[in-house]
Ligand binder design. Structure first.
Ligand SMILES: [Zn+2]
Length: 175
C-alpha cells in the first residue's frame, strides 16, 4: 500500500487567491509535511508534485487499488466571511467515505474550525480517476482573512498535517 499525497494545483495553475498568498503554495507545503510524517511512520508515500509545477493529469491520479489518495486544497469564496473545513469522497465509495469521515473528524478535533462536513462528489477529477479510496480535503478558505493567516503559519500547518495523518491511521474505525 502506498499513500499518495496530492498538492492541489501548481505551476501556472495557482488555485484560489488570498490577500497575500495563493493556494498552490500552501497545498505544496502541507503535502510535504504530511509526506514527511507518513514516511517517518514507515508508510510508502508518493507526492504528486514536490515543487511548483503542474503535473500531467494522468500521472497525478496514477494509483493501484490498495493505495490511498489524499488531495489537498484550499477553498475560496466570493464572500470573505465564509470559513471552515470540508472533505470530499467519490460518491458510492464506502472506503472513500470512511477515510473522508476519519480525516474530517480528526481535522475538526485538532483545529476546532467550522465543520463544513463530509460531502460526496462524482465530478472531481482526482476522485473519479483514481483506482483507490480517494478524498479531497479543503483545509480552509484562503479568501477568509483569519484562515489565510492560519494556513500560512507553520504551526497551524503542522497541526493540520498531524490531523490528516491521524485520520489516515484511524480510517474506517469511527463512523
Ligand atoms: Zn484547489
Amino acid at each position: 500500500m502506498k499513500i499518495i499525497i496530492d498538492a492541489g494545483h501548481g505551476g501556472s495553475d495557482v488555485g484560489a487567491l488570498g490577500q497575500f498568498s495563493c493556494e498552490k503554495d500552501i497545498t505544496l507545503k502541507l503535502a510535504k509535511v504530511v509526506g514527511f510524517l507518513l514516511r517517518h511512520l514507515g508508510y510508502e508515500v508518493r507526492l504528486t508534485r514536490d515543487d511548483d509545477y503542474l503535473p500531467i493529469w494522468a500521472e497525478r491520479v496514477e494509483s493501484n487499488k490498495d493505495d490511498i489518495f489524499i488531495s489537498i486544497h484550499c477553498n475560496g469564496a466570493p464572500n470573505p466571511s465564509v470559513q471552515g473545513i470540508e472533505t470530499f469522497y467519490y460518491k458510492g465509495s464506502e472506503k472513500g467515505e470512511a477515510l473522508a469521515r476519519a480525516i474530517q473528524g480528526s481535522l475538526i478535533d485538532a483545529t476546532k474550525e467550522v465543520d463544513r462536513s463530509v460531502k460526496s462528489s462524482d465530478n472531481l477529477y482526482v476522485l473519479r480517476r483514481t483506482k483507490c479510496p480517494a478524498v479531497l480535503v479543503e483545509i480552509g478558505f484562503i479568501t477568509n482573512e483569519y484562515e489565510e493567516k492560519m494556513l500560512n503559519s507553520s504551526d497551524y500547518q503542522l497541526k493540520l498535517a498531524l490531523a490528516i495523518v491521524k485520520g489516515i491511521r484511524d480510517r474506517g474505525l469511527k463512523k
